[in-house]
Design a protein around this ligand. Structure first.
Ligand code: 3PG
Length: 194
């Protein structure tokens, strides 16, 4: 979460596009890449992206233990989930792989703290009440660190990043267009102050 201000959220339909995409993102300064488990190509995409020097490749949208086993086989370097269940979090925590589960309520955060977690994805960030909601949620949980994702844009990212408990934001806006577009958007994202 401290490596770059933005984690690009990637939905990859064709594994053949994965490596050039990862190269463009890394060239632009975003090394931490979240490949979502939403497409049949995701695991092959992870394996392709891991070949790119400098890339730190993780799996996103991991929602059950079967997917956890699959992404561990692909040697992911971190795991992201849209929500937080003990069934999934316990084995991920036991594996030692960095884990960023989603939270959107005080109860979610309390369940995470019970499991020993204090770094969370705030998801879906904008529709869960935006920065105002996160400020209210973060107040009682002084130890929490957050990565708001869902509806975040280059325009809204600076406001999120200015809030101290926010270490980075996530978003899919970077990985669209040509590889030159992706590199330019990654460069702008990597330069965001925090
Ligand atoms: C996610 O999976 O984290 C979100 O779908 C990304 O949200 P965005 O497309 O609004 O950036």
């Amino acid at each position: 979460m401290r490596t770059a201000p933005v984690i690009p959220v990637l939905v990859i339909e064709d594994a053949a596009t994965a490596r050039p995409l990862a190269e463009a993102l890394v060239r632009g300064g975003l090394r931490v890449l979240e490949v979502t488990m939403r497409t049949p190509a995701a695991l092959d995409a992870i394996r392709e992206m891991k070949q790119v020097p400098g890339a730190i490749v993780g799996a996103g949208t991991v929602v059950n233990t079967a997917q956890f086993d699959q992404v561990m086989d692909a040697d992911v370097e971190f795991i992201v989930s849209p929500g937080l269940t003990e069934t999934l979090a316990a084995p991920i925590i036991a594996s030692g792989v960095p884990y960023l589960p989603g939270i959107a309520s005080a109860a979610d955060i309390m369940r995470g703290l019970d499991l020993g977690l204090d770094h969370f994805k705030f998801f879906p960030a904008e529709t869960s009440g935006g920065l105002k909601a996160l400020k209210a949620l973060a107040a009682p949980f002084y130890q929490g660190k957050f990565c708001p994702t869902g509806g975040v844009t280059l325009a809204s990212a600076p406001e999120w990043l200015a809030f101290d408990p926010v270490l980075c934001v996530g978003g899919s806006w970077i990985a669209t267009g040509t590889m030159d577009d992706v590199e330019a958007k990654a460069r702008a994202a990597a330069a965001l102050p925090r």
